[in-house]
Design a binder for this molecule. Structure first.
Ligand SMILES: [Cu+2]
Length: 373
């Protein structure tokens, strides 16, 4: 068990090991823009291409430790979150902008936290400069020098994986100033954007095989770590719980619309697949300076990264978006839905004959379908 006191002592020792640069006066003479973050799968309004010069983009993340239900059986997780959602919000900026993040750890929390931005350069991605105890806040600024989708996650000394698999990860998207391009340099745009963050959870069980629940994150630490070390997740879910993006929570689109799907996994590999559709353009590693791959059936998200896929829906219906480890999709929770409205295209697909009895005569199920001689 990790108590608040032992967690804070660990943080104090770690603080001595990291040199802290002197805080400089604000020397940047750039316009500022404050961005109101929204919970995934939605994304705050943003320009895809911009004529404006670099700005200081102001974001605020409030860390929330809270109990959440992660499946339909009522299984509980003592979650640790950025802004109360799993994943944390997607932040969108343009190359050359500065991200200025206020990270708030309210007094009501028990744990120290920080943030490691994979898109930032130096200082453990900001992790070394953002450690906040309950009741503290800090401000970090970093320059977005590389385009792409990049994971951010909590990374406190001695308990990094536990904080990540308790919910603390999200994504930053750094767009090229003149927007996205295909491999020939033709501009690409999206009509909608959704952010799918995948979490693997490791919920301890009691002697009867029932999932255990705990009063605080710290109380769950020892048992959870034991399950984590076996590397077999009890749940693999999109956006915090089984069914967070299915049924009435499905993401929506219309036939003819191009939808950007940003997919992150901070800890484990994943294989996004849109059943009945494709990835028209896929930045599998999420880095926009590399030309997108075309026409993918399944793409690969490396643990600790975020990728982006652009697809124009051509048929209406319900599409399942899964991790194509189908056991994870069907048994552990890694399934989302897109509900797409519009006109059916018979040229692309048509039921030529509905299911009916096999006619008697020449061909029967007992006969081989293909003869070699
Ligand atoms: Cu944390």
């Amino acid at each position: 068990m990790i108590t608040r006191r032992t967690a804070l002592m660990g943080a104090a020792v770690a603080a001595l090991l990291v040199a802290t640069p002197a805080s400089a006066a604000d020397d940047l003479k750039l316009p500022r823009q404050a961005v109101e973050l929204v919970a995934p799968p939605f994304v705050h309004p943003h320009e895809q291409a911009t004529r404006q010069g670099p700005k200081i983009m102001e974001f605020k993340l409030t860390i929330k430790e809270k109990e959440v239900v992660i499946d339909n059986a009522g299984t509980k997780l003592q979650a640790m979150t950025f802004d109360g959602s799993m994943p944390g919000p997607l932040m969108v900026v343009h190359e050359g902008d500065y991200v200025e993040l206020t990270l708030v750890n309210p007094e009501t929390n028990a744990m120290p936290h920080n943030i490691d931005f994979h898109s930032a350069t130096g200082g453990l991605g900001g992790g070394a400069l953002t450690r906040v105890n309950p009741g503290e806040q800090t401000v970090l600024r970093w320059k977005a020098t590389r385009t792409g989708t990049f994971v951010y996650h909590c990374a406190p000394e001695g308990m990094i994986p536990w904080h990540v698999v308790s919910g603390m990860h999200g994504t930053v998207m750094v767009l090229p100033r003149d927007g996205l391009r295909d491999r020939e340099g033709k501009p690409l745009r999206y009509d909608r954007i959704y952010y799918v963050g995948e979490n693997d959870f490791y919920i301890p069980k009691d002697g009867n095989g029932k999932y255990k629940s705990y009063q605080t994150p710290g109380a769950a630490f020892a048992d959870t770590t034991e399950v984590m070390r076996k590397l077999i997740p009890t749940h693999v879910v999109f956006n915090g719980k089984v069914g967070a993006l299915t049924g009435k929570n499905a993401m929506t689109a219309k036939v003819g619309e191009s939808v950007m799907i940003v997919h992150s996994q901070a800890n484990r590999d994943s294989r996004p697949h849109l059943i009945g559709g494709h990835g028209d353009y896929v930045w599998e590693t999420g880095k926009f300076i590399n030309p997108p791959q075309k026409d993918l059936e399944t793409w690969f998200i490396r643990g600790g990264s975020a990728g982006a896929a652009l697809y124009t829906f051509r048929q209406p219906g319900i599409y399942a978006y899964v991790s194509h480890n189908l056991i994870e999709a069907a048994e552990l929770g890694a399934t989302a839905h897109f509900k797409v409205e519009g006109e059916w295209n018979n040229d692309l697909m048509k039921q030529v004959q509905p299911a009916g009895p096999i006619p008697p005569g020449k061909s029967s199920a007992a006969e081989p379908a293909v003869r070699t001689r």
